[in-house]
Design a protein around this ligand. Structure first.
Ligand code: SF4
Ligand code: ZN
Length: 315
C-alpha cells in the first residue's frame, strides 16, 4: 500500500506525473491549493459575484458546486446558484437529476432546472430522430452542445449571474484541443482558454472552467472523499458516437505511458490560445432571430432549428 509523501499515512491517491502520493487529508489540501491557484492565476472571480454553476448531476459538476459552496461561504460578496439543463435523454439525465437534487438540497443552494422540451420544443432524443429523418450530418453531441450552451447563457443571465462556472477539467480541455486539431479547426482554439466571453457582448455571461488544471481522476477522488459521487453510474447513451470517445482513450494511454502528457498538451494549448486570440478575434453580433449573442448574423441554435425544420422564419 502506498504511503502519503507528506505524513506517511495510507495514501488515497498517487500523482504519477509528480511522483507523490497523498492521504485523505493531504489530498484535500493539495486539491484545494491547486484549484485556488487556478482561480488566482486566471482571475476567475471578483470580490462581488453572483456565481452560477452549470450542474449536470455528474461527478465533475457536483464537485464544482460543492467546492464553490465551501469557498463562497468565506467570501461575503459572493452569491452561489446552480443551473441544470435537462436535455431529455431517456434513462440518463433523469438519473443524474436525482443526484443533482440531493446535493443542492443538502447544501441549500438556489437552483433552476431548464428543459430542452420546454425551451426548444423537443427533447434531445426527439431532435436526434428528427435530424436522422432529415439526413443531417450531425452527431447527437452537436445538438446537445449547441442548445445547452445557448440555454446556459440565457438562463444564467436571467438568474442575474455575473459569471457562469462550468466543471470542465484538464482531460475535457485537452480532448477538445486534440479534436479541434484533428478537424483542422484552429479557429476554435482561442475558445479553449480558461475564461471566455470577457466583454464580448452585453448578453454574454463570462464563463470560467473551474477544473482547468485538474485531471479528471482527481475530481473523482474529491467527489468520493466528500460523499458526493453520483449514486448510480450511468453513461450518456450518445457518448460513444462522438470522436471524443477515441481521443479520450488515446490521451489516457499516453498519460499512462508518459505521465505528465496531459499537462504538456495544456501547456501547448495555452501557448496557442495566446498566439491565436487576436488572429481569430470574433466581433460579437446579435442573432437576428432570437436576439441572443452570436458569431454570425444568425446564431448556431437558430441555424440548427432551421435545419431541423422546427423554426419557421422569414428573414
Ligand atoms: Fe450531450 Fe454528448 Fe454529453 Fe451525451 S455525451 S450529454 S449527447 S454532449
Ligand atoms: Zn438565434
Amino acid at each position: 500500500m502506498a504511503k502519503c509523501s507528506i505524513c506517511g499515512k495510507e495514501a488515497v491517491y498517487c500523482a504519477k506525473y509528480e511522483g507523490r502520493c497523498y492521504c485523505r487529508e493531504h489530498f484535500l489540501r493539495w486539491f484545494d491549493s491547486r484549484v485556488r491557484r487556478t482561480i488566482r492565476r486566471f482571475n476567475f472571480f471578483g470580490k462581488r459575484e453572483h456565481i452560477v454553476v452549470a450542474v449536470s448531476g455528474g461527478k465533475d459538476s457536483l464537485s464544482a458546486l460543492h467546492y464553490l459552496y465551501h469557498l463562497s461561504r468565506r467570501v461575503p460578496g459572493w452569491k452561489l446558484s446552480a443551473l441544470l439543463i435537462d436535455e431529455g435523454i431517456e434513462g440518463y439525465r433523469d438519473e443524474t437529476i436525482k443526484d443533482f437534487l440531493r446535493v443542492v438540497n443538502e447544501l441549500g443552494v438556489d437552483y433552476r432546472i431548464v428543459s430542452f422540451k420546454e425551451e426548444i420544443g423537443y427533447t434531445l432524443d426527439e431532435l436526434v430522430r428528427l435530424g436522422y429523418e432529415r439526413n443531417l450530418p450531425y452527431k447527437p453531441c452537436t445538438y446537445c452542445g449547441v442548445f445547452r450552451r445557448y440555454l446556459l447563457n440565457k438562463h444564467a443571465r436571467e438568474m442575474g449571474g455575473t459569471v457562469l462556472v462550468t466543471a470542465h477539467n484538464l482531460d475535457d480541455v485537452v480532448q477538445t484541443f486534440l479534436l479541434d486539431l484533428y478537424r483542422g479547426d484552429t479557429k476554435k482554439i482561442p475558445r479553449l482558454g480558461p475564461v471566455t466571453g470577457v466583454s464580448s457582448h452585453p448578453k454574454f455571461i463570462r464563463r470560467v472552467k473551474l477544473f482547468y488544471e485538474i485531471p479528471e481522476k482527481e475530481v473523482v477522488v474529491y467527489a468520493l472523499l466528500n460523499g458526493i459521487y453520483p449514486s448510480t453510474f450511468v453513461e450518456c447513451p450518445y457518448a460513444r458516437f462522438s470522436p471524443r470517445w477515441e481521443i479520450r482513450k488515446f490521451i489516457n494511454r499516453m498519460e499512462d505511458l508518459y505521465p505528465g502528457s496531459k499537462y504538456m498538451l495544456l501547456k501547448s494549448l495555452l501557448d496557442l490560445v495566446e498566439k491565436l486570440k487576436d488572429k481569430y478575434k470574433e466581433t460579437p453580433k446579435t442573432c437576428k432571430i432570437c436576439g441572443e449573442p452570436s458569431s454570425g448574423e444568425i446564431c448556431r441554435a437558430c441555424q440548427l432549428k432551421m435545419e431541423l425544420g422546427i423554426l419557421d422564419v422569414k428573414l
